[in-house]
Design a protein around this ligand. Structure first.
Ligand SMILES: NC(=O)c1ccc[n+]([C@@H]2O[C@H](COP(=O)([O-])OP(=O)(O)OC[C@H]3O[C@@H](n4cnc5c(N)ncnc54)[C@H](OP(=O)(O)O)[C@@H]3O)[C@@H](O)[C@H]2O)c1
Length: 281
């Protein structure tokens, strides 16, 4: 089989849906022509996740080339936007860090159970989160047996996290986000610190919010997920420590599954009316 440059017309002749697993800025070169030809698009890059083109330009250092379409793209987090995904033609598959953070915080921000102005997300990802590009920091000899923070409170996923959390909370949110590089192939674990409102039962809220979700597993009070629980799966596992005025939420996903390809397949299943777990369990 020979490989050649992707031709939208050729793709449209045989495909109902295309997954774009391209670097950001490249995806928005392919999506418009595919959509015009009637093909549904699930974009795994950041190109259609940010609603405001000025915010996109600020964080991705390039003007958006398809800005008019941003308002039509549906943010593909099934647990929050399932109904919109079902009728979407363009789905912006969420980033890996945002998937984990938003799922961990959604049950609380959507009902005002925690202070939305002061959220600390301490995030760690395995190396595959950076894709396959060759950079010195990601070489085996550099990353193996090391652990370090990078892009401290300056990561390009911050505007995406803030955008979705603010929409859920119904107002501005204050987020401190510190990513770290784990010397592992895959997996994300995020430890999130919040201040709770008096009298709220966070464990109860979390369990109720995800009661019927096929891919979110809430741990009993005091139990927390580890990366080994979720790698090679489409699950997001979450544990809550809810004491006094402070609460700690720990969530884990596989960055390449629930954080990327698995979630993209989950979105396709919803868009085409297939059982949501098809191909994912
Ligand atoms: N890795 C993760 O954990 C993760 C999680 C969520 C979302 N994402 C996002 O998903 C997308 C893909 O991620 P990845 O980790 O698979 O990235 P990757 O390892 O860097 O792969 C990117 C792919 O895009 C191809 N490509 C680059 N420029 C192209 C062009 N102009 N035309 C056609 N193909 C081109 C590359 O082809 P060659 O093989 O020829 O270089 C490569 O196969 C990215 O936008 C990333 O941000 C990644």
């Amino acid at each position: 089989m020979s490989c050649h440059k992707a031709q939208p017309r050729e793709i449209a002749a045989s495909c109902a849906v295309v997954f774009l697993a391209l670097p950001h800025t490249v995806a928005m070169e392919y999506a418009p022509s595919l959509l015009k030809l009637g093909v549904k698009v699930i974009d795994l890059s950041a190109d259609y996740r940010i609603n405001d083109p000025a915010v996109y330009e600020r964080h991705y250092q390039i003007p958006h080339k398809d800005a008019a379409r941003l308002k039509h793209a549906v943010y593909g987090l099934p647990e929050l936007y399932r109904a919109d995904i079902a009728s979407a033609t363009l789905v912006a598959n969420p980033g890996c860090y945002p998937t984990c953070a938003i799922l961990a915080l959604a049950p609380f921000l959507s009902c005002g159970a925690v202070d939305r102005t002061h959220i600390i997300i301490d995030a760690k990802s395995g190396i595959s989160g950076a894709g396959k590009k060759i950079t010195r920091d990601l070489l085996f000899g550099e990353a193996h047996e090391d652990f370090r923070a990078y892009k401290v409170n300056a990561h390009q996923h911050i505007p995406e996290i803030v955008q979705v959390l603010a929409r859920l909370a119904g107002g501005d949110v204050g987020v401190t986000f510190v990513p770290h590089l784990l010397p592992l192939n895959r997996g994300i674990l995020e430890t999130i610190y919040v201040t709770k409102q008096k009298g709220t039962d966070l464990q109860g809220l979390m369990s109720a919010f995800y009661k019927t979700e096929p891919f979110v597993r809430v741990r009993p009070q005091g139990e927390f997920p580890r990366i080994k629980d979720v790698v090679y799966t489409n699950y997001c596992d979450i544990g809550v420590r809810d004491e006094g005025t402070r609460a700690i939420i720990i969530a884990a996903i596989d960055n390449l599954r629930k954080g990327a390809s698995g979630q993209a397949v989950q979105n396709m299943n919803i868009m085409f009316g297939f059982p949501e777990h098809l191909g994912l369990r």
